[in-house]
Design a protein around this ligand. Structure first.
Ligand SMILES: Cc1cc2nc3c(=O)[nH]c(=O)nc-3n(C[C@H](O)[C@H](O)[C@H](O)COP(=O)(O)OP(=O)(O)OC[C@H]3O[C@@H](n4cnc5c(N)ncnc54)[C@H](O)[C@@H]3O)c2cc1C
Length: 331
């Protein structure tokens, strides 16, 4: 039986073009939540070529220890290498949990690792609860009609975490973690040649924006989207999103849809303009750091999730806000 001090939670960092993907910090938030119920050491694993800068960045911003696995063959992303190398690491150190982001890459590696190690895998986790003595992982099923609690009897449990559900990680200490670097030479007869091509919808800025201004049916006319874009323009690093209705009408692109069947986001600031707060929309944004809602109906459900509730017509309020901002910034 492992002592608490020997138990391990691994987080597998996601990075792209020498930048840590923000979802990595959501994995840290999830690991910290697991740790509350299941005391263990959290360690971040980063695989890639020349990951030194990124490893130190993670160690500094999270205070966690990092293992950097340097693999020259990972100049291009290659899930096959991830699965093989992580299998060896898992068999060597027997982690209790291995956490991935619920992204196409994370899902690919997590499922492959599960098959290779025989560890159970729960995909799309959105929350953690202890029911009796059992640690359960919450996930939506059947388009959100069911919130299922799933437990697994497995020495190593592999989970993928739904982006936007665990919120922004805030470290308890400012002390940086340590970085251990391992070099691995990967040789395989089957070494697929991977070509890097930027996808239109993956890595769309909406999932990484610090501020999201979102439009709903309450904007009334398509022309009023200009107001939303103008408001977003005030905030550096912002993006415009919206509810499904606007996407169905073709006023916004699918990659801008926030919600259960769109993208799940967790920006520092989310401004909902003319959005009622249907559960399917809330499922995509309620992990945001600070929520401001503008709605002329004081009983709108979105206000139950909001930090600031503006009961106003958005066509009056947003121009007044922009005007005030412009006056202030000129002064
Ligand atoms: C299986 C399934 C999946 C779904 N997935 C998603 C999803 O991923 N994302 C999503 O968003 N929806 C999704 N939906 C749809 C969802 O149920 C709602 O229909 C949708 O979110 C409502 O969009 P809305 O809030 O913009 O519009 P409405 O519900 O019509 O709300 C408009 C709001 O604007 C306010 N308003 C009106 N005029 C003004 C004004 N001048 N100034 C200020 N406020 C004003 C109104 O008071 C109202 O609260 C899904 C539905 C199903 C069944």
């Amino acid at each position: 039986m492992q002592k608490d001090s020997e138990k391990i939670i691994y987080i597998v960092a996601e990075h792209f073009e020498n930048i840590i993907k923000p979802v990595t910090y959501e994995l840290v938030a999830c690991a910290c939540k697991i740790k509350k119920f299941y005391p263990a050491n959290i360690r971040v694993i980063i695989l890639g070529k020349e990951t030194e800068k990124l490893s130190f960045e993670i160690a500094r911003t999270t205070g966690l220890d990092v293992t950097a696995i340097e693999i020259n063959e990972l100049a291009f992303n290659n899930a096959q290498i991830y699965k093989d190398v992580l299998k060896e690491l898992t068999e060597e150190s027997h982690p209790s949990f291995v956490l991935f982001a619920n992204t196409p890459h994370g899902l690919d590696v997590a499922c492959g690792l599960s098959v290779r190690t025989g560890g159970a895998c729960i995909a799309g986790v959105e929350g953690i609860d202890k029911i009796g003595e059992t640690l359960c992982f919450r996930k939506q099923m059947f388009y959100g009609k069911i919130n299922a609690h799933i437990a697994a009897d497995s020495d190593t449990l592999i989970i993928t975490v739904q982006p936007g559900t665990f919120g922004i990680y805030r470290p308890e200490s400012q002390k940086p973690g340590s970085v251990e670097t391992r070099k691995v030479q990967y040789s395989s007869e089957i070494m697929p040649v991977i070509v890097k091509r930027r996808s239109e919808t993956l890595d769309s800025p909406i999932s990484e924006a610090k501020v999201i201004v979102s439009a709903g049916n309450g904007i009334g006319e398509r022309e009023n989207l200009d107001l939303i874009y103008k408001l977003a323009g005030i905030f550096p690093g912002s993006a415009v999103g919206g509810s499904r209705i606007l996407v169905d009408r073709g006023w916004l692109e699918y990659k801008q849809q926030i919600g259960l069947t769109g993208t799940q986001v967790a920006p520092e600031l989310y401004i909902a303009c003319g959005i009622s707060g249907a559960s399917q929309h809330l499922a995509g944004m309620k992990g945001s750091g600070f929520i401001v809602a503008i709605n002329k109906d004081k009983g709108a459900a979105i206000f139950n999730e909001s930090d600031i509730c503006v009961v106003e017509d958005l066509k009056t309020f947003i121009p007044a806000l922009i005007e005030e901002y412009e006056k202030e910034s000129k002064a």
